[in-house]
Design a protein around this ligand. Structure first.
Ligand code: SF4
Length: 156
């Protein structure tokens, strides 16, 4: 049984920007959750953002670019929410380090949690290759991250 941080919206928690959860209709996912030691975590709520909230996208880069200061995260209303996203990412990392969690399953396509896909930053509904800011920070610190679609990548 491995310790795994999991995006709380995948576990039935209604924490997404639209006030909903994201149901994973997969028996493989259900078995994974039941057979490991799961810590639910939502970086955006932990970082201080409300439920519901204005949708946000990484503008001008990826999660790594946000971490190095060369890109920012804006809400669809034009508000700079970079600081809240960074706070949430740092709290996710702290949760992993404090609890000796070495794995994470994070929601694909989110500007926080995406592990291979994010939106293009123009609020056009267009997806591009890239990682969210929490995924990047965790991976940069040795946590193995995948999405709800590729659990086998963790090799637990
Ligand atoms: S930040 Fe991550 S855990 Fe929170 S709602 Fe978005 S995808 Fe889910």
């Amino acid at each position: 049984m491995a310790k795994v941080l999991v995006s709380s919206c995948l576990l039935g928690c209604k924490v997404r920007y639209d006030g909903n959860n994201l149901e994973v209709k997969s028996s493989e996912f259900d078995e994974f959750i039941q057979s490991n030691d799961i810590t639910p975590f939502c970086p955006e709520v932990a970082g201080g953002l409300p439920i519901p909230r204005i949708p946000a996208e990484i503008c001008g880069g990826t999660g790594d670019d946000v971490l190095n200061g060369s890109a920012k995260i804006f809400g669809k209303d034009g508000r700079d929410v970079t600081k809240a996203f960074l706070n949430g990412a740092e709290l996710a990392l702290k949760t992993c380090l404090d609890n000796k969690i070495e794995y994470a399953v994070l929601t694909e396509s989110s500007p926080s949690c995406g592990s291979s896909i994010i939106y293009n930053g123009k609020f056009e509904g267009v997806k591009v290759s890239g990682k969210g800011v929490t995924c990047s920070l965790l991976e940069n610190n040795g946590i193995k991250v995948t999405s709800q679609h590729e659990l086998e990548k963790l090799k637990i």
